[in-house]
Write a protein that binds this ligand. Structure first.
Ligand code: SF4
Length: 387
């Protein structure tokens, strides 16, 4: 049986889910309301990782809908993605990187997803014609890499991915291609059961553009034997594998869990790359977002338990103005630095905000006290207004 047949057996209704997990009748009605708005999709594999006796099990929290999703605080496009769309399905926010939304589907619809506005739903945001995407990249020589994202791009048929990679490999100024995918955590069978996909990666990594797969493991219990085998296949094909995680309440928001995830990743040869602050997305914020102050100390405490490679990741916030690293807390201030900025002029900008209890996003913080620190040359530009 192929990987596509396996996906057809996904759990997509509350009724079906209640055959596997204890769900009270009243809760069922609420969950049906949630699922009518944001669909549920869980692979049998991922469900098998859930501890059925624990209603607060971290794997369960990530995949199973909750009544908390009826909470509408927050907003849907927290990183200002729509403002950066250049052609259908392509965003160009940071000078060197083109981001392609290749699909709106995923093997599992994670309940914390920041693209909740489009996953599993009708949308005009995904690429309609890869030809247009390639033409845009070709005409922008400043672009050094393309990040293929979604949804989960590895849910696409291998032939289609191959065609897209082939087109991209003809663009001279492109150095590498990144594929952001959570299949290694939620459905490693996609890699294990399709040797053709691994061959495609091998061909492009060696003869075309270097392929990076950016995985998305959030908890060490996702680092199963199957996941390890799938990662090993990617390595064998010459793919470089990095991991991006999200700091999630009730999932990995304690130092031991976080440290165990990072340790597990480096043991597999996967480099921890970013730890994202959970965005204030509607139906996500209440259930999953950890306050910045708490998040910062959790991360620092985790880092104390880790060696240099395992703590290589940066704790960042993907804000509409740029990728903001959360670098420190001192006194009643929290310090940030633009790792990437929508306005290239701001890249490297170091600034601070007064701490505010419960603040989970840059916009929640007082913006009166902010100062450019660290640049002292005569070329230092004037202090920009951030936020
Ligand atoms: S796999 Fe990624 S894009 Fe898909 S639902 Fe999960 S977090 Fe969102």
């Amino acid at each position: 049986m192929g990987w596509q047949d396996e996906l057809r057996k996904n759990i997509t209704t509350v009724e079906e889910l209640s055959r596997y997990l204890d769900i009270a009748r009243r809760e069922k009605r609420c969950l049906e309301e949630v699922v009518a708005r944001h669909p549920m999709n869980i692979t049998r594999y991922y469900l098998s990782l859930v501890n059925k006796d624990d209603p607060e099990d971290p794997i369960r929290r990530m995949a199973v809908p909750s009544v908390d999703e009826l909470d509408l605080s927050g907003f849907y496009d927290t990183s200002g993605e729509l403002a950066n769309v250049k052609v259908s399905g392509l965003q160009h926010k940071y000078t060197q990187t083109a981001l392609v939304l290749a699909t709106n589907r995923c093997p599992v619809y994670c309940r914390f997803c920041f693209r909740k506005r489009l996953v599993g739903l009708p949308t005009k945001e995904v690429a309609r014609r890869f030809r247009d995407v390639v033409d845009y990249v070709k005409s922008h020589e400043e672009i050094t890499n393309v990040l293929i994202s979604g949804g989960d791009p590895l849910i696409l048929p291998t032939k289609l991915l191959e065609g897209f990679l082939k087109e991209l490999s003809t663009v001279n100024h492109l150095r590498y291609v990144r594929i952001g995918s959570r299949v290694l955590a939620t459905f490693p069978q996609r890699i294990l059961d399709d040797p053709a996909l691994v061959e495609v990666f091998e061909r492009f990594s060696h003869g075309g553009k270097k392929v990076y797969v950016v995985t998305h493991f959030n908890h060490s219990r996702e680092l199963t034997q199957e996941a390890k085998e799938a990662v090993a296949k990617l390595f064998k094909a010459g793919v470089v594998v990095y991991n991006q995680a999200v700091l999630l309440k009730g999932v990995n928001d304690n130092p031991d869990t976080l440290a165990s995830l990072m340790r597990g990743l480096v043991s597999m040869g996967v480099v921890p790359y970013y730890l994202f602050q959970c965005r204030p997305v509607k139906r996500v914020k209440k259930r999953f977002q950890v306050a910045l102050e708490e998040g910062y100390w959790t991360v620092e405490e985790a880092k104390r338990r880790l060696d240099g490679l395992a703590k290589k990741f940066r704790y960042v916030m993907s804000h509409r103005t740029g990728k903001v690293e959360i670098v420190g807390i001192h006194g009643d201030h929290i310090y940030f630095k633009y790792h990437q900025a929508a306005d290239p002029y701001d890249t490297g900008l170091f600034f601070r905000r007064r701490l505010r209890e419960g603040a989970g996003w840059l916009d929640d913080l007082d913006d009166i006290i902010q100062r450019r620190l660290g640049r002292s040359t005569s070329q230092t530009p004037p202090i920009p207004c951030v936020g």
